[in-house]
Ligand binder design. Structure first.
Ligand SMILES: [Zn+2]
Length: 410
């Protein structure tokens, strides 16, 4: 089945053959798709001649762009945590809230009480919002179970949702998100459990592609993180890392050492860490929504990483504690204003580079023949308008794998 998306203002996309931060803009172009794949981007009359009898989809005078790829999310949780939001307003820091029994361990206690079906229903409603805001692929982490049984439950929820939702969902095992209550006075025993039981089981059941660790002061040390990620690698899971977020621990250097696909957060990354990531080909994933939601004045040094030639990616970090947002469009505005990324850089960072950070750049992240037809239509006069007019949803239509899966107002 061939479909032509016509009556577009044109197409906006980064491309694999362009340097990072350069977009290809084709005013007046139309886009042909066959089944789930992009066939061609060309003037509408050319496509009509080439594919007579193709079905047409009205582009409503919008710009077409690749669907957003969100390479860092934590969507499987039970309770929301608006009471901690209120504590932050009153001046408590994220770490003070965690020390008072809030934070990740609060979510863990709640998730352990929830059934598989309850979690599927809740996460389904939350994850539909990704689609409404133009996201067509996400990475989704476990990490609020922190026991073999509850981590497997979370990963099975992710697997179930990837079949139910019009969204590519890449699963990540994050059993090393925090040390659970019952292991607080014997933390290395929890690392033993991760390495000896949880990772082998997750790999055996093929429930995750990546293995992530929250490498942070008072969470997992660099040495513990290395042990966990090397065990993951031995079982065929690709390492990822929450690195250098609250304190400079050397997380970026560790990401390079274990050949992680990405290092995420990086507010406190060192110059040595940036150089090591560049040498090892580690993608930086920056999460300005988290810094914003934690009311920080400091953001990750994106310009330094861009100057070093790193392909900076952006993500929401959607989670109930530190970043309750599914909307990548607002993330682009925050990245532009707070990290001084250009409109071109934020668009590339939320599409092609985000796909790179989850190893899907050959399939997703740009409008190119042969790639998956994940296309969003935006009611904007041009790409610079996208991060500029903020806090509204510019998405008029979402096409995923060649199928219209969302229309604004429906
Ligand atoms: Zn995270």
């Amino acid at each position: 089945m061939i479909k032509i998306l016509n009556n577009l203002r044109g197409t906006i996309t980064p491309r694999l053959d362009l340097p990072f931060g350069k977009l290809s803009i084709e005013p007046g172009a139309a886009l042909a798709m066959e089944n789930d794949t992009i066939l061609a981007i060309a003037p509408p009359e050319t496509l009509r001649q080439q594919y007579p009898g193709a079905e047409t989809i009205d582009g409503q005078n919008c710009w077409a762009m690749p669907g957003f790829v969100d390479p860092h999310t934590h969507p499987v949780f039970y309770k929301t945590r608006e009471e901690e939001f209120e504590m932050r307003i009153a001046g408590k820091s994220y770490e003070e809230i965690a020390a008072a029994g809030g934070g990740i361990r609060n979510s863990v206690r709640a998730l352990r009480q929830a059934s598989f079906d309850e979690l599927v229903a809740l996460a389904y409603r939350r994850m539909r919002i990704f689609t409404e805001y133009g996201t067509t692929a996400i990475e989704a982490k476990s990490g609020y179970g922190l026991s073999l049984e509850d981590e497997l439950k979370s990963l099975r929820v992710i697997k179930k949702l990837s079949a139910l939702l019009p969204l590519t969902v890449v699963p990540t095992f994050l059993g090393a998100h925090e040390v659970p209550d019952e292991y607080r006075d014997r933390r290395d025993k929890y690392v033993d459990l991760l390495v000896e039981e949880m990772i082998p089981r997750v790999a055996e059941e093929k429930l995750a592609v990546f293995c992530d660790v929250f490498c942070e002061k008072n969470v997992f040390t660099v040495a513990q993180s290395e042990r966990i990620l090397l065990a993951a690698r031995d079982h065929g899971l690709v390492p990822k890392l929450h690195a250098d977020e609250l304190h400079p621990t050397g997380g970026a250097e560790l990401a390079a050492k274990v050949r992680a696909i990405s290092a995420d957060h990086l507010l406190k990354v060192s110059d040595r860490g940036i150089a090591a990531m560049k040498d090892a080909g580690v993608a930086p994933v920056l999460l300005p929504g988290t810094a914003f939601f934690l009311a920080k004045t400091e953001y990750a040094p994106a310009r330094k990483m861009l100057a070093a030639g790193l392909p900076v990616a952006l993500a929401t970090d959607f989670n109930p504690g530190s970043s309750m947002i599914q909307n990548m469009q607002l993330i682009l505005t925050l990245a532009a204003l707070q990290m001084k990324m250009t409109p071109e850089e934020v668009i590339a960072g939320a599409t092609l580079n985000a796909a790179r950070a989850i190893a899907l750049e050959k399939e997703l992240g740009s409008l190119e023949a042969g790639k998956k037809a994940d296309v969003i239509l935006l009611d904007i006069p041009g790409y610079k308008y996208l991060p500029y007019h903020y806090g509204v949803n510019h998405v008029k239509m979402v096409i995923r794998h060649g199928q219209v899966v969302h229309r604004a107002g429906e």
